[in-house]
Write a protein that binds this ligand. Structure first.
Ligand code: F3S
Length: 289
């Protein structure tokens, strides 16, 4: 029984950047109350650690008292919420990933130019809620081919999307949009970020040489869930876990060649703990990928 660690895996640029911002704020504001609007990144272990270190996570502007510091999460924020904070005596620190901010700007720009925005994404995700709020009257959020009927009736379209989607499914839906509507544009630079696409490609390529995948990440992490879905769609048994303690002997039964990867918001030490448990408790041998 063998396992290997997949490359690339784990933290992306946007997550590293957001966590460094939080560390700086904690270091430079020892006497202030520190709030983060939404989860700084979608990882249960990281959020819990910061909570224990005094950071308060909130989804209500009203809960943040005057004089506090508020950090906007890597997933971005709606312009309405941003302006509510800006009108108060609160120090604002913006940890929005620049690649998410790029999609906000695209919505504003294409709306000004008269395009209707077809936005592929999960409407309940923080990132999507923030982006949609830039021009709610001019965006149709879609996830499936059936949703496209709601976008009918406009002269010209631009297709944007959430940054962490399944690369392969999104490509398929884009093709359906192009065949259904006339005058369809795409942004010059792809909205699915490089960290997402490179990790997904790696899973797809690794699927030929392993029979099971362990993805380290949280259930509300879009990019982590997509890694697990892609592994499953390639015919591999796959599981998404927050940390090594969730792995069971029962799940491992029948797995001979395991691959471990991690979502863009999962820290490397959780990967190493998983590797240690597989070696020491379950008798797996670690090999090169
Ligand atoms: Fe940004 Fe992509 Fe990471 S959008 S937060 S670099 S997963």
């Amino acid at each position: 029984m063998k396992f290997f660690l997949l490359e690339p895996r784990g933290f992306c640029f946007g997550v590293k950047n957001a966590l460094e911002i939080v560390e700086d704020v904690l270091k430079n504001n020892p006497h202030k109350k520190i709030y983060v609007y939404n989860e700084i990144v979608h990882n249960k272990v990281i959020v819990e650690d910061l909570r224990l270190r005094g950071v308060t996570f909130t989804q209500e502007e009203i809960e943040v008292p005057d004089g506090a510091v508020v950090i906007f999460s890597a997933h971005g924020i709606s312009p309405i919420t941003r302006s509510l904070f800006m009108n108060r005596n609160i120090v604002i620190v913006d940890a929005t990933c620049p690649l998410v901010a790029k999609v906000h700007e695209e919505v504003i720009d294409y709306t000004k130019k008269g395009y209707h925005v077809i936005y592929i994404g999960n409407p309940s995700h923080d990132e999507v809620r923030g982006v949609v709020a830039e021009a709610p009257e001019n965006i149709t959020v879609v996830q499936t081919e059936e949703d496209l009927a709601r976008a009918a009736g406009y002269d010209k379209y631009v297709v944007l999307n959430q940054t962490t989607l399944n690369l392969f499914e999104t490509e398929d839906l884009r093709r359906k949009i192009v065949s259904r509507f006339a005058n369809v544009q795409f942004p010059k630079i792809e909205d699915i970020c490089y960290a997402t696409s490179s990790r997904q490609q790696a899973v797809k390529e690794a699927a030929v040489k392993c029979d099971a995948f362990i993805v380290i990440g949280s259930a509300n992490s879009s990019n982590s869930k997509k890694l697990m879905e892609i592994a499953s769609s390639c015919g591999s048994k796959s599981i998404l876990v927050d940390d090594a303690s969730e792995l069971t002997k029962e799940w491992l039964q029948g797995a001979e060649n395991l691959c471990i990867t991690a979502g863009a918001s999962a820290p490397e030490y959780l990967v190493q703990k998983m590797a240690k448990r597989l070696r020491e408790e379950f008798g797996f041998e670690q090999v090169d990928g």
